[in-house]
Design a protein around this ligand. Structure first.
Ligand SMILES: [Zn+2]
Length: 218
């Protein structure tokens, strides 16, 4: 089984992707994370990705995305199912992802779309803080003020600029313009499993699993 998981920032798709990967023994491919790994490699592709992520700071072009996808899929046994997170973010990425999947002998069985309203997304993301070591911290749960220290290593805490409400709004706008057409395409092709991302992690998990089981992939 091969799954794509999509949803706006703060929808909890990372958590649900991990859950699905464990449940169905899928390789969890978090595109952002994988790109950061590739950027560390001393290869022409690694150097190019590093340059884009750390120097020019632009989005990874489709050509590179395609190459990275191929690298990842080729590293897996053909029968290994996958779950993609963080891709495709726009129509051309969708095309490349599907080409590479077909090339690797796979097809998409379902696209899980975790939907939350914009205000909820902003509310959730703006609670995200971190420390110098990168521990994820939730304001109001792990820390209570910007003067607090990381409960794990006592280092200073801060909020990524991207996670300020203006940064989130900007990303949500891009999401609306670029990613929503991808989601609509999957809906038309009857591949979409849409769930409300507002309830608890457990409840969201159950609605995803119920809908997957209903589809009878097995
Ligand atoms: Zn820390």
């Amino acid at each position: 089984m091969n799954i794509i998981i999509l949803g706006p920032q703060g929808s909890g798709k990372g958590t649900q992707a991990e859950m699905l990967a464990k449940k169905y023994n899928l390789e969890h491919i978090d595109m952002g994370k994988f790109l950061r790994e590739v950027a560390k490699q001393n290869t022409p592709l690694g150097k190019e990705v590093y340059q884009i992520q750390n120097v020019t700071k632009t989005l990874v072009p489709s050509r590179i995305l395609k190459e990275v996808l191929r690298l990842k899929l080729n590293s897996l046994p053909r029968e290994q199912g996958v779950i993609f997170e963080g891709v495709p973010r726009k129509i051309d990425q969708q095309k490349y992802l599907e080409e590479e999947l077909i090339e690797s002998g796979r097809k998409i069985n379902a696209v899980v779309f975790i939907n939350i309203p914009e205000e909820e997304s902003i509310k959730r993301i703006s609670k995200r803080w971190t420390c110098r070591k990168g521990h994820p911290l939730i304001m109001g749960k792990d820390v209570y003020s910007d003067k607090d220290k990381c409960p794990i290593d006592a280092s200073a805490i801060f909020q990524r600029i991207d996670d300020s409400s203006e940064g989130v709004r900007k990303r949500l706008q891009v999401y609306e313009e670029e990613t929503m057409p991808v989601i609509e395409n999957y809906r038309q092709r009857k591949l979409l499993i849409e769930v409300d991302g507002r309830p608890s992690i457990e409840e969201v998990r159950n609605s995803i699993l119920t809908q997957i089981e209903k589809r009878n992939f097995f």
